[in-house]
Design a protein around this ligand. Structure first.
Ligand SMILES: [Mg+2]
Length: 286
């Protein structure tokens, strides 16, 4: 039987069309399947989401991210220092040297100290003083009234451990500047009528130069300057300062406020009604 050539061509064309349609159907099914999976993942459908509900963060290994992580790590460390959450430490973490230096020399340290002084001043003004003149405010000296930053600038802002010989060599110069916000608080507290007690861990051998330095920096009119005597040398600051505050209370004084850069200035017995902690990420005194 003769089959016309055009019939053969027609059959061939139909087969081609069917093949193309089958291919397109396959592609359509693939797209549909992919869309369904994406939808389920995005909507966290419970029967598909098998993992625990834990927040995750995008990973980024770029240099900028590393800097940001380091910055956050050091900020976190400094927060732990100020919140007294760290155990005893001798030097700042090596990787945080630039962070601490930038904080101290930048506006952060200044703003933090100003805030402490402002809050302390507001509290001092709000407290009703007794007529007997026995309400007192206790100030620590180093890094509270006087700044030793010129010394710590030379010793990498706490990266190097500073021994007492280096410290007293500096003390004997008598050139430590006042911390401006603390000087203003000091003057305000004095004007309000508080008696001022200076309680410092400095050795009493350096009393004369300490007085000279304080006066030159603008601090006058204190009731007592209490320093460590030989029998106090081995005591932790918390013990020494607690004992001295106990004596104040035994003498009939009421400790209304206490300002210090170390928790050991503030904790212990005979604590003040309000304590004000100044920042200090450079060194730790137990
Ligand atoms: Mg101090």
């Amino acid at each position: 039987m003769h089959v016309p050539c055009h019939a053969t061509t027609f059959d061939h064309s139909v087969k081609q069309i069917l093949k193309i349609m089958a291919f397109l159907r396959f592609i359509f099914l693939l797209v549909l399947l992919n869309t369904s999976i994406t939808y389920c993942q995005e909507n966290h459908t419970p029967h598909i989401w098998k993992g625990p509900l834990v927040i995750t963060y995008k990973e980024n290994n770029e240099h900028q991210c590393f800097d940001e992580d380091l910055q956050l790590h050091c900020t976190s460390w400094r927060f732990a220092v100020e919140a007294n959450n760290l155990g005893p430490w001798k030097t700042i973490p090596k990787e945080c040297h630039h962070h601490v230096k930038d904080y101290i020399l930048g506006k952060g340290y200044k703003f933090d100290i100003e805030r402490v002084s402002k809050e302390a001043g507001a509290f001092a003004a709000s407290h009703e003083l007794s007529a007997d003149g026995r309400d007192i405010w206790v100030f620590d000296v180093d890094e509270t009234l006087l700044s030793n930053l010129p010394l710590y600038y030379e010793h990498s802002f706490g990266l190097e451990h500073l021994d007492s010989r280096d410290f007293y060599k500096w003390v004997e110069k008598g050139t430590a500047p006042a911390i401006q916000a603390s000087l203003e608080l000091y003057q305000e507290v004095f004007k309000l009528g508080y008696r001022i007690f200076l309680l410092t861990g400095r050795n009493n051998k350096h009393r004369d130069i300490t007085i000279e330095n304080l006066v030159c920096a603008g601090f006058h009119h204190w009731e007592k300057l209490i320093m460590r005597n030989p029998e106090d040398r081995a005591k932790l600051a918390t013990i020494f300062k607690s004992e001295k505050r106990n004596e104040m209370v035994e003498e009939g004084y009421r400790i209304v406020g206490n300002s210090g850069d170390q928790w050991s200035d503030l904790f212990g017995s005979s604590m003040s009604i309000r304590s004000f902690k100044l920042p200090n990420p450079i060194y730790y005194i137990p």
